[in-house]
Design a binder for this molecule. Structure first.
Ligand SMILES: Nc1ncnc2c1ncn2[C@@H]1O[C@H](COP(=O)(O)OP(=O)(O)OP(=O)(O)O)[C@@H](O)[C@H]1O
Ligand SMILES: [Mg+2]
Length: 410
């Protein structure tokens, strides 16, 4: 008998376990990705080199293959396409198109937060020219495309004359050309990973993000995280109330929920929410610390299966990630993760790129080379282990040159 076809949009690392799970469910899995050799390609049954952002092409492929499932679990814009095609073809999907805009378009999302009184920074959504006297935000401001991810096109402006330039940079990275300008928030930046079941929220893991400033016109680059981040009693209460407000406000019923927020003096400010799994290795941190398989839960929710909030206790160790970035060159391999004594500290390693990948100028999440998960007994030991691992790890270029961008980690 012919197997039902599942189209997976995007060959990212998160979709490796997704494809495995879909195969276990009996699907013939076709990966859609414009790259010729994305990380998840090795696992799929077939690969169509089509852009996940080209709705018409994806729709045609879904019709031609008589797909029974069109799915994406972790990427903002392809999720919107997967949901709208699933709606059109009457295939299972976790929520409707009406909701998807609010959780994937930063301007719609911020307006929704404002309407629901969810603490977020003041903002301006720019769709056309605006006048200086209408600009009432406090500097510095951060300017970003409304519909991009991976910190692409994000610029800080310290004064008004930098705003126009920033708007140009950000709009170039926006699919719709629309831009959000918002007041700069400081504090500790956190990723809060939750699962929502029947509108009930549960925090799975809180990770503290380490960002560094990069480039002369600012960009904040994510270089690693540490988890679990401990909150005090009042912060816990406040965060749970906030998550419940978000769940109500965005009408999230059954979905993973990722919240990006800042914590300062016991107060939270939400930067962004995503009704999906994080696009990086966050799902691996969750399973390492809790044993909870969030990819499996998301697949079940996509199929409209009822799941229950998981019971777990944290393991008695801590974990941290190191995100690997490189200087320009041709990527050959990541070295120093298997051969050294320090490799014992590396719990898991990921290579996002294949040999031959041309590493471009500039640092963005698109040209992350890999990631390492480090395990330790406590925070102090984790910091030492991270340092030791970084001394040994290297990104090797095709001519044997050392390409790891060490400056970022100093
Ligand atoms: N209002 C703000 N104040 C201070 N920093 C901010 C603000 N908004 C964003 N940032 C910083 O820029 C980073 C990227 O912002 P944002 O999440 O909005 O963009 P993104 O394209 O969705 O990136 P990512 O995919 O990495 O989450 C954040 O992780 C944060 O460090
Ligand atoms: Mg974000």
């Amino acid at each position: 008998m012919k197997k039902p076809v599942a189209l997976v949009l995007g060959g990212t690392i998160v979709h490796v376990p997704l494809i495995e799970k879909l195969k276990q469910r009996g699907y013939w899995v076709v990966l859609i990705d414009y790259l010729d050799n994305p990380p998840a390609k090795q696992k799929c049954d077939d690969h169509l080199q089509v852009s996940t952002l080209d709705r018409d092409d994806v729709l045609q492929a879904a019709k031609r293959l008589d797909a029974s499932l069109v799915i994406n679990l972790c990427l903002d814009q392809p999720i919107g396409i997967a949901v709208s095609i699933s709606e059109e073809l009457n295939l299972p999907h976790p929520y409707g198109q009406m909701n998807i805009k609010a959780v994937t378009d930063k301007a719609v999302m911020k307006q929704r937060m404002l309407d629901c009184k969810i603490p977020t920074s003041k903002f301006l959504a720019i769709e056309r020219k605006y006048k200086k006297d209408l600009f009432r935000l406090k500097f510095p401001v951060i300017i970003k495309p409304v519909d991009s991810t991976g910190s692409q096109g994000i610029v800080i402006a310290n004064e008004y004359k930098e705003v126009m330039e920033g708007v140009g940079i950000a709009s170039n990275k926006s699919l719709s050309g629309r831009v959000l300008v918002e007041e700069y928030v400081d504090g500790i930046e956190l990723n809060v990973h939750c699962i929502i079941t029947q509108s009930k929220s549960q925090i799975l893991l809180i990770a503290k993000k380490k960002m560094v400033e990069y480039g002369n016109r600012f960009s904040k680059i994510f270089i690693g995280s540490e988890a679990p981040f401990e909150l005090d009693h009042n912060e816990k209460v406040e965060l749970n109330l906030l998550i419940n407000d978000v769940v109500k406000c965005f009408e999230i019923k059954n979905s993973p929920l990722l919240m990006q927020l800042f914590l300062k003096e016991g107060k939270f400010t939400v930067i962004e929410i995503a009704a999906r799994i994080g696009g990086g290795v966050g799902q691996r941190l969750i399973s390492t610390m809790t044993g909870v398989d969030i990819v499996d839960m998301a697949v079940r929710q996509y199929h409209k299966e009822i799941i229950h909030t998981p019971n777990f206790i944290y393991n008695d160790f801590v974990v941290g990630t190191i995100i690997l970035y490189a200087n320009p060159g041709v990527f050959k391999e990541i070295s120093g993760i298997n051969t050294n004594e320090e490799s014992a500290y590396i719990h898991e390693s990921f290579s996002f790129k294949k040999p031959g990948y041309k590493i471009p100028e500039g640092i963005s999440s698109k040209n992350r080379i890999g990631a390492l998960i480090i395990r330790a007994n406590n925070r102090k030991e984790l910091a030492e282990r991270k340092r030791e691992v970084l001394e040994c790890v290297e990104i090797i270029g095709s001519k044997g040159e050392k390409l790891l961008n060490r400056k970022l980690y100093q």
